[in-house]
Design a protein around this ligand. Structure first.
Ligand SMILES: C[S@@+](CC[C@H](N)C(=O)[O-])C[C@H]1O[C@@H](n2cnc3c(N)ncnc32)[C@H](O)[C@@H]1O
Length: 853
């Protein structure tokens, strides 16, 4: 009969770690019996139980042999000292001590009945019993295995004796199995401790923390079970498995400073130990000053280098560093806390260091990237959501769990809400401290990021009052309303205005199922309002209240709504409208190409991509002085109003066009005469203005004069469509903010309806929809730019700086609005531009002046 696949797998797993089938078979048999053939338990954690059982079986054999040997020696000694009145007592005590420390039980009794069935407890003991001095103060958790009444038991051991013994003599007894496991653990995580000389005695196994190897020695990894002929680990030898090992590994990290207190000189929590969270159930997390490292190494490092130092007190300590790191070791996470309630989170991504393109991201970059991920993957949409705060909350939850303060937490959603509520309580208690200053983060050159968030466990734990729950729930409810109803209106006047309330539930998780796809689409990513549509990210910030930017669809290029006649057949672009014979960069040719005709046979741009000063000044002058106002015979704007009596044209500003090269040209995309079509390149940010203009745009970097900022992008509508839309929107109380493409209405005479166009960015648009108006001295100016079509009724409206603009300055543009013209497509508003040339202010002064007369 073919052996069961489960059996085969188990043998294979053991073979992988160097254990023969002969050794595996009897132990597996016993294990199956004890586990009542529950294979899952055996297979769990890559056959950990089986591996441990085999190790322990082996150890118990060795111990039995030693016991027999000791007994023989004693008999001999007894015979020699007969007649001595004191010696028998001594011998009795010795014998007693040996028995105490020497498990002499069969595998079924000592190993299966206790150690295996209490696996999580054993892990905890290992963790705590072997960690740093700092950690070892946790007396109740430190443990050693003693044999009592014929059973192996885990008993508390005085941590002080443990720490005071540091490196000077063999420390608390520790079962071989634990020692062996620790070797594996240490190796896996790139930290090993040489075994102490005392390790050759079964009842005086060395501590992995304190044993030392003097002098720096290159380390050659031996096989997993390197033992001397007696079956003991040789002094000074580090056990390192070459083969795959069970992934049930626990690292006991050495702590180097002498024992003083639980906290080091800087009161910074120190890493103590690490473990794989998937191996320990939540209930088994070490409490208090424990550290967890999420380590998912499957393979041990191929080689290690031992770096030992002499402490001068006869004690050697060893620091082992990785020289070979597994290719794709996932990041590991450490959380450490001190008994005083400080928590440290440390994230290490060792494998990243090996990559040729490795560079150390800043904490800000990490924070931004995480916040983006939280928005995309977890739909955390609160504008005040902060990754650092999440880390702070994590520390808080850790402490709560560690101090048994959240044991009443329930399953599922209520669990999440609990955490939200509790973290909010903490926030309220600690005001902004944690968020602003205390929660420090740093990235180190070794590829790890540390975030330290002291969360005082000594702070009184506030029971959740009904009022508080109400606060939170209403906050969450309001947040949902904000999302569903376009945010801005509801937020006003609610508790969001209360500065404290910003601390309440700043983390709002909106379950995906509660939002329709349309609502989700219209949410703005705080790190990139463009949703990746532009070559650059454009973030948004609200430093004033909890409003979000209005809902709209981001489009990077104009799109026809319905009737606009905009198409670009290549056949219509004649030789005179392109430079098909050009090559490379047109700006570098001696004679400007056909595309420069529109701008007086010279290119509009400098080689730096700026509009030439002369051209720019000319346009600024024409716009500001309203030098060339042209009047149409039958104005499309007036005609579109569908009124019986056609009103006279109010005039259109003459604007000269910039013609860029395009795809029918022979030049390359990087040609210097292609600026606008390459899109936004400067760093912009949408922000809520503080002077009542609503949202605006600022530049995050200094911009030179003549720099291209962005195009005004929206839906291309015919002027008739615009008016129809305007009528509908007026009825619904909404405004449109259209731009007329009227630069060429007059010279062409009256065009067909579908050719009289405008851009409306109310529903579909780009970042330019946030640019606010400033009368006359705005720092942006619009210029018509022709790219695809020589027909002037459609063109791109590009915005360039009129002067040098400082970083963080708001970008503004003179809409050309006439505040007296209530019929104008751009609905007049009470201008708050603050310019001394403000036309609205002048108008108000005028009307006040005339009414005073
Ligand atoms: C193209 S939008 C600009 C973005 C707008 N601030 C927002 O929050 O979405 C034009 C609207 O912004 C407001 N606005 C722009 N410039 C303004 C100014 N100088 N003073 C007051 N409001 C202004 C007006 O409500 C106007 O209708």
């Amino acid at each position: 009969m073919a052996p069961s696949p489960r059996l085969v797998k188990a043998f294979r797993a053991m073979r992988d770690i160097g254990i023969s089938e002969d050794k595996t078979k009897p132990v597996l048999k016993k294990l199956l019996k004890v586990y009542e053939r529950n294979w899952e338990l055996i297979e769990e954690e890559n056959y950990r139980a089986l591996a441990d059982a085999i190790f322990e079986e082996e150890d118990s054999q060795v111990l039995k042999q030693n016991e027999r040997k000791n007994a023989d020696d004693e008999n001999l000694e007894e015979a020699l000292v007969q007649g001595d009145s004191e010696r028998p007592l001594k011998r009795l005590r010795l014998r007693y001590q040996e028995r105490q420390a020497t498990p002499s039980l069969s595998i079924c009794e000592s190993m299966l009945s206790e150690a295996l069935l209490k696996r999580p407890k054993l892990e905890e003991d290992e963790l705590l019993g072997n960690s740093s001095h700092w950690h070892s103060l946790d007396k109740t958790k430190s443990a050693q295995h003693n044999v009592e009444n014929g059973r192996t038991e885990t008993q508390p051991v005085s941590s002080q004796s443990h720490t005071r013994n540091m490196g000077k003599q063999p420390l608390s007894p520790k079962p071989l199995a634990v020692q062996k496991l620790s070797h594996l653990q240490s190796c896996t995580l790139g930290r090993t401790e040489p075994c102490a000389t005392g390790g050759s005695e079964p009842n005086s196994l060395s501590s992995h923390i304190h044993a030392g190897n003097k002098g720096k020695q290159p380390f050659t990894p031996p096989a997993v079970h390197t033992k001397n002929p007696k079956g003991m680990v040789e002094p000074g030898i580090i056990l390192l498995p070459r083969q795959k090992i069970p992934s049930t590994l626990v690292l006991i990290e050495p702590k180097e400073e002498p024992f003083t207190d639980d906290i080091n000189a800087n009161n910074i929590p120190q890493p103590i130990a690490e473990f794989r969270p998937d191996l320990l159930s939540k209930a088994d997390y070490p409490a208090g000053n424990a550290l967890m490292r999420k380590s998912c190494y499957e393979e041990p490092p191929a080689s290690l280098e031992v770096d030992t130092e002499n402490t001068g007190d006869g004690e050697n300590r060893s620091n082992c560093e990785l020289t070979t790191i597994p290719e794709d070791s996932p990041p590991s996470l450490e959380i450490a806390s001190s008994p005083l309630g400080e928590v440290k989170i440390s994230l290490s991504c060792v494998s990243a260091l090996r990559r040729p393109n490795f560079h150390m991201p800043t904490l800000d970059e990490l924070k931004e990237s995480m916040e983006e991920k939280c928005l995309r993957s977890y739909k955390i949409v609160d504008p005040n959501f902060s990754f650092i705060k999440l880390m702070t909350d994590m520390c808080g939850c850790f402490l709560d769990l560690a101090t048994n303060q959240s044991h009443e937490s329930q399953e599922g959603l209520s669990n999440t809400l609990d955490l939200l509520k509790k973290s909010s309580v903490r926030d309220a208690l600690r005001a902004d401290d944690c968020l602003k200053n205390i929660c420090k983060g740093s990235s180190t050159s070794n590829g790890s990021v540390d975030i330290q968030c002291p969360v005082e466990v000594s702070a009184p734990y506030i029971p959740r009052s009904l009022q508080f729950i109400n606060d939170i729930e209403s906050h969450i409810r309001v947040s949902k309303e904000l999302i569903l109803n376009g945010y801005a209106e509801i937020a006003k006047g609610r508790e969001f205005k209360d500065s404290d309330s910003s601390n309440l539930g700043t983390l709002v998780v909106v379950p995906q199922c509660e939002l329709t796809p349309d609502e989700l689409r219209s949410l703005h990513d705080v790190n990139d309002i463009t949703k990746g549509e532009e070559g650059v990210k454009i973030s948004w910030r609200n430093e004033i209240n909890n409003e979000r930017p209005p809902s709209f669809h981001y489009i990077p290029k104009n799109m026809v709504f319905q009737n606009a006649h905009v198409n670009f057949p290549l056949s219509r672009i004649g030789e005179t409208n392109c430079c098909s014979t050009c090559f490379g960069d047109c700006l570098s040719s001696v004679v400007p190409c056909a595309c420069a005709h529109e701008t007086g046979r010279e290119f509009a741009y400098t080689s730096e991509g700026l509009v030439k000063e002369e051209i720019l000044n000319d346009r600024i002058f024409m716009t500001r002085e309203k030098q060339n106002l042209l009047f149409c015979r039958e104005c499309p704007v007036e005609k579109s109003k569908n009124e019986d009596i056609l009103e006279a044209c109010k005039g259109h500003l003459e604007r000269k066009i910039i013609k860029e090269c395009w795809c029918k040209c022979g030049c390359i995309k990087q040609c210097g005469n292609r600026v606008v079509q390459r899109g936004i390149i400067c760093k912009l940010q949408v922000f809520l203005t503080s002077d009542g203009k609503g949202w605006g745009i600022r530049t995050l970097e200094k911009l030179p004069k003549g720099a291209f900022v962005c195009e005004f992008v929206g839906e291309i509508l015919t002027i008739r469509e615009l008016y129809e839309r305007r009528m509908q929107n007026t009825n619904s109380g909404k405004h449109t903010c259209p731009v007329l493409l009227d630069a060429f209405w007059v010279p062409k005479g009256v065009a067909r309806d579908e050719e009289v166009l405008c851009l409306d960015a109310s529903f579909y648009g780009n970042v330019a929809r946030f640019i606010n108006h400033r009368c006359l001295d705005a720092n942006l100016i619009e210029m018509p730019v022709e790219v695809e079509t020589p027909d002037h009724y459609y063109y791109h409206l590009a915005l360039f700086t009129t002067r040098e603009v400082d970083a963080m300055e708001e970008l503004t543009w003179d809409y050309g609005i006439d505040f007296d013209d209530h019929d104008h497509p751009v609905k007049a508003f009470r201008c708050q531009c603050g310019s001394k040339f403000c036309r609205n202010m002048k108008r108000l002064h005028r009307s006040r002046f005339s009414s005073a007369r």
